[in-house]
Design a protein around this ligand. Structure first.
Ligand code: DI6
Ligand code: FE
Length: 404
């Protein structure tokens, strides 16, 4: 037990569900005890003083829930600047993938890198995110593509949590690309690597959720479904890279398996949105990939809104389609490219991102019972967070580890 803390002199954007205008409370106070929010409200209505309570003035700053990056490929070796040059000369992302580059070139570099090298390369990207006020980061495997190399990636991800005050959520993404050793044998890869590897990784406690790349250059819906069935039998939630460059109806497959999220969705058909909405699956939009691949087809934002689908925003931080390690920049891009409002962008990196990770109510909202994971900003209004490009107005993060 530590002393309860009352944070005073702040404006709070609670981002609580159902509250308009960011859940904004001017002249607010927040009471936390043992790493959990006990009360938030106007400073005039603070509940009776608790004995031994510490007070900390936030000097008229804005407080939001700490941000959540709910889709990253943060752990990888090498980089793909050469492919970036090729793409600028007109070679497409799919052509590069089909000719053995793309994801498979990062697989080679990731397998070749030592554990410590992977940790330190990933830490640099994680530190970028932390300086944007991020406290929860989802990290996928998917650049190992053997059982041992996939498991090693998740161990690197878990190591990051020991080295920084963040929560890391790990996702099994062995069904990301077909490695050369299984050329023309995708079903064997699913049987011999993706599924038995998942079982082993889950036994080792390394898996929070299961993902796949449902695409002509990835895996078919039928192959993904086998992985989803294995996830279901292990009691693990699923999510899916769906409709990024073609419409294979991955989002509907994800919905059928009550997926936490379906991600990308540029090619999601408007007519599929009602069924998608019924599942309560979160739509995770990835503006960094849209930008990098110079995509022009927009996800069906209006239909998603009309059907009440929760929208989250993430960096998709990866060396190929989204070399982006700023979540604030992703929020700006979501406003400019996808016409999200700054409030939708912030909901997308707080409350809805928490839902996309199965962490609703615990992270991403300043509400009674949530963790004390706060970002304190040198700005007057929450719209400022989506407005500026390439600088972080973060003053500090308040991490629940300091209060337990
Ligand atoms: N979709 C993506 O945007 C990333 N993975 C995926 O399935 C790209 C990964 C890469 O190009 O390395
Ligand atoms: Fe991705």
């Amino acid at each position: 037990m530590t002393r309860p803390t009352l944070f005073t002199d702040c404006t709070v954007a609670t981002m609580e569900s159902g509250r308009p205008n960011y859940g904004l409370i001017e002249d607010a106070a927040i009471l936390q005890r043992d790493g959990l929010i006990e009360w938030v409200g106007p400073s005039g209505a603070v509940p009776g003083k608790l004995s031994g309570m510490a007070e900390q003035s936030l000097q008229d700053r804005l407080v939001t829930p700490a941000l959540i990056d709910c889709h990253t490929h943060l752990v990888f070796g090498g980089n793909r600047a050469k492919e970036f040059e090729q793409r600028l000369q007109g070679v497409s992302y799919e052509e590069i993938a089909r000719s053995g580059g793309g994801i498979n070139s990062t697989v080679e570099a990731t397998r070749a890198a030592g554990f410590e090298t992977l940790v330190s390369a990933s830490l640099r990207r994680l530190d970028d995110l932390i300086s944007d006020g991020v406290a929860v980061v989802e990290v996928k495997s998917g650049y190992g593509l053997t059982i041992d190399d996939e498991i090693r990636m998740l161990r690197v991800a878990r190591k990051l949590e020991e080295l920084r005050p963040v929560k890391i959520v790990t996702t099994w993404l062995a069904a990301h690309a077909l490695p050369p050793a299984f050329k023309d044998r995708p079903d064997h890869y699913i049987e011999q690597v993706a599924i038995p590897g998942l079982v082993r990784a889950a036994e080792e406690g390394l898996v929070d959720a299961v993902d796949g790349f449902c695409e002509t250059i990835g895996f078919s819906p039928a192959q993904i479904e086998r992985v989803f069935q294995a996830a279901a039998s292990l009691g693990l939630p699923v999510k899916l890279h769906a409709e990024q460059i073609s419409d294979l109806k991955g989002a509907l497959l994800a919905a059928r398996y009550s997926a936490l999220s379906a991600d990308h969705l540029e090619f999601l058909s408007e007519t599929d949105v009602p069924e998608f909405a019924r599942a309560g699956t979160v739509a995770v939009l990835l503006p960094g990939a849209f930008y990098t691949l110079r995509e022009t087809k927009l996800p069906p934002i209006t239909a998603l809104r009309e059907h009440g689908v929760d929208i989250a925003i993430a960096t998709d931080c990866n060396p190929g389609s989204s070399p982006l390690s700023s979540l604030l920049a992703a929020m700006n891009m979501a406003c400019i490219q996808f016409s999200l409002t700054p409030e939708e962008a912030l909901a997308g990196t707080t409350r809805n991102a928490a839902r996309a990770l199965g962490l609703a109510g615990m992270y991403g909202e300043i509400t009674q019972g949530a963790k004390t994971e706060l970002a304190v900003w040198d700005v007057a209004h929450p719209a400022d967070l989506s407005y500026w490009i390439g600088r972080s107005p973060l003053h500090m993060r308040l991490s629940n580890r300091n209060y337990m």
